[in-house]
Design a protein. Structure first.
Ligand SMILES: C[S@@+](CC[C@H](N)C(=O)[O-])C[C@H]1O[C@@H](n2cnc3c(N)ncnc32)[C@H](O)[C@@H]1O
Length: 186
């Protein structure tokens, strides 16, 4: 069972980590992964879920970043888009507002992944993308939830999304892209 679980605990954990987050992140989050995540963005508005201090989308014009940790968001000083203190499980946005939703290091903290994906499905325009960067290293299993291809296949199916890509990044992390269908039912 992951050590960091539950919304309140997650928020407290990141509020505590926030002053040193960028130092830790510089070691963990490789620039080439960030580039791959960004290359998967579609033209249009981007929602960064669990934006943290803004590392992934700070310079993306018109991006919207949401996070439950006030301490993390308060450090996203150079963020060019809008920052919203909000829970990804109940995102306060209109239906079909975004072409891309990115979770860089945040999806595995969400308490109900299917419910989260159904919300993301609602927020996406037809044909829109969800881009997930998550941990894959086996030794992190006691600390955080590790999702593998089979998990993503099941999650995508249950949320009515197509799994476009699921790529292992040297067994350390994974890059996953899901897509909403273009028809009204998809
Ligand atoms: C590992 S950090 C990643 C931050 C940033 N995306 C990056 O790549 O540097 C995970 C972030 O997800 C946020 N988070 C966790 N659960 C959340 C939720 N339910 N709603 C919104 N943000 C959440 C945390 O507060 C934290 O800032």
């Amino acid at each position: 069972m992951p050590l960091v679980r539950g919304q309140a605990r997650t928020r407290r954990f990141f509020d505590w980590l926030a002053p040193n987050y960028d130092i830790v992140n510089r070691v963990i989050f490789r620039p080439e992964w960030r580039a791959m995540v960004r290359e998967a963005f579609l033209p249009g508005r981007v929602l960064d879920v669990g934006v943290g201090t803004g590392y992934t989308t700070a310079d993306v014009p018109g991006a919207v970043g949401i996070d439950i940790s006030r301490e993390m968001v308060s450090r996203a000083k150079s963020y060019r888009g809008d920052l919203v203190l909000a829970d990804a499980m109940a995102p306060p946005f209109r239906t079909a507002s975004f072409s891309t939703i990115v979770c860089a290091g945040s999806f595995y903290y969400l308490p109900d992944p299917v419910k989260a994906l159904l919300e993301f499905h609602r927020l996406l325009t037809p044909g829109g993308r969800i881009v997930l960067l998550g941990p894959e290293a086996w030794f992190l299993r006691p600390v955080v939830r590790i999702l593998v291809r089979r998990d993503y296949e099941v999650l995508a199916r249950r949320a009515g999304l197509d799994l476009e890509r699921c790529e292992s990044l040297r067994g350390v992390a994974s890059l996953v892209v899901m897509r909403k269908g273009t028809s009204s039912g998809g």
